[in-house]
Design a protein around this ligand. Sequence first.
Ligand SMILES: Cc1cc2nc3c(=O)[nH]c(=O)nc-3n(C[C@H](O)[C@H](O)[C@H](O)COP(=O)(O)O)c2cc1C
Length: 250
Amino acid sequence: MQHSPTSKTRIIIQTNPKTLPYGEIVDIFYAAPAARESPAPVTPVAPAQPSQTFLQAVETRRSHYSITNTSPVPDGRIVQVIQHAITHVPSSWNSQSSRALVLFADEHEWVWDTVVNALKAITSGSKFDAAAGKVNASMRAGHGTVLFFEDDDVVKGLQSSFPTYKDDFTAWSEQTSGMAQFITWVALEEEGLGANLQHYNKLIEAEVKTHFNVPSSWRLVAQMPFGEPTAEPGEKTFQSIEPRVKVYGL
Ligand SMILES: Cc1cc2nc3c(=O)[nH]c(=O)nc-3n(C[C@H](O)[C@H](O)[C@H](O)COP(=O)(O)O)c2cc1C
């Protein structure tokens, strides 16, 4: 195939989608640029160095609902991982609004006993049994829990400093928390742990704040129990990428 140096559209051919979910480049050649109305039919490229290790870690992270109270790494390493995530997560205006509690042993179990007690107040019979059974098997059974918070005092400070974006800061705070959760989740998986993500926020926030003497401005966003995984995560299906990612001008 003659490569034309003047045209702009790169065509990437997908091969072996079983082993390479996003395809690989087997040839790159150039064709006439596509009209802007119809985006280029590009299949995302298989990750290449230097991002391959990171992208593989992103792909490997899963929700683990079968975890034990053991850990393949020392607790100090787990704390380091979470400190790193909270330190380096990006935040709007570098506001650093994310907070976390890292809980082990009795303190970890206390959180999930509190969830079960709260569930008891709002469910009964087989519904309670199912909900409590899930909490005990997939959360309390773990080795520890990370509680993610956002500091609303920081959000309020941003809203008063930058009134133009007043209505955006709460969403951006949630977004930075999501990124912190994701960094933590990926890193824990890389350390040989399995984690899942829970949102019993409203059920337990008041009790958590009292128990751990958390500042009143901290808003509970998510709970991430973790432990040594004892089973492979469930099968996961993926939608076709083409309608989800559009590429123009390539
Ligand atoms: C923003 C967000 C909220 C989620 N909330 C819950 C939740 O409350 N309980 C739960 O069991 N899983 C929750 N999950 C996990 C998703 O169900 C899970 O990530 C998804 O099914 C894909 O599976 P995977 O994590 O194994 O890739 C949440 C995930 C995200 C990103």
